[in-house]
Design a protein around this ligand. Structure first.
Ligand code: SF4
Ligand code: SF4
Ligand code: SF4
Length: 230
């Protein structure tokens, strides 16, 4: 609470939450201004963003004034969080991970799929990675051994994460739940946040900003990414 009043990063939240720049709701009917407000125990400012909100407060006690939600305290907090994000990426070494780094990192995975189960973006009724296509019986191991001379146990872990990155990164909100549940201590949310940042920039998309906006993966634009065709 003190952190909020002082406009600082609150200490007892997830690492990825400390690095989140989207802490002001974009599409809420009402926004309660708390950041940097020392006297919130006595009074607070509520921004009425829609007609619905204005209607709701009719008859309530309070003073109606015009104000700006984006204060200097909010700008300062955003800068602090941007620095925190850079620190998080540096500490996890995600910038230069590359394919071999990803293989090494995801190689520690024990294949429990807990990260996908808690992910708010992984909501497919039948996840491809939970289907029979990914079940391995002894003959599968045997043929893999013959083909490649070795087999990863449990199998398909790297493929699972590359698949999840492909499916989820554009919509990853950096909630941090995948990291919370991982028994192998893989910094999943940091990796997903970094990949998500890059992918979301390409589509000029901020997940959760506008519920009416279609997810980029659900739209096909004939002209997009022509540069990768060559
Ligand atoms: S951080 Fe991203 S990938 Fe991880 S659970 Fe949250 S939304 Fe899913
Ligand atoms: S990994 Fe892909 S297929 Fe599986 S639930 Fe997540 S988004 Fe759906
Ligand atoms: S929670 Fe960790 S161990 Fe389990 S599938 Fe995800 S990355 Fe692998």
């Amino acid at each position: 609470e003190e952190g909020v009043k002082n406009g600082n990063i609150v200490s007892d939240i997830r690492q990825v939450c400390k690095a989140c720049e989207h802490f002001i709701p974009y599409s809420a009917d009402m926004t309660v201004a708390l950041i940097g407000k020392e006297d919130i125990d006595k009074s607070c400012e509520i921004f009425l963003n829609t007609e619905k909100a204005k209607k709701l407060v009719e008859g309530m006690n309070g003073e109606l004034i015009k104000g700006e939600l984006e204060t200097q305290e909010i700008k300062n907090l955003r800068s602090m969080r941007q620095e925190q994000r850079k620190k998080l990426f540096d500490e996890a070494g995600v910038e230069g991970l590359g394919l071999s780094g990803l293989v090494e990192t995801f190689g520690r995975c024990i294949g429990c799929h807990g990260c996908g189960r808690v992910c708010p973006i992984c909501y497919c009724v039948l996840c491809d990675f939970e289907s029979r296509d990914y079940e391995c019986d002894p003959s599968t191991y045997e043929s893999e051994l013959k083909k490649r001379g070795g087999v990863r146990v449990p199998p398909n872990t790297v493929l699972y994460h590359l698949g999840r990155l492909t499916h989820v990164s554009v919509s990853c909100v950096g909630c941090g739940m995948c990291t919370d549940v991982c028994p192998a201590n893989i910094p999943l949310s940091t990796i997903f946040l970094k990949v998500g940042e890059e992918v979301q920039k390409l589509f000029d998309y901020i997940p959760g900003k506008d519920v009416e906006e279609a997810i980029p993966l659900t739209k096909y634009e004939k002209e997009e990414f022509a540069e990768v065709e060559d």
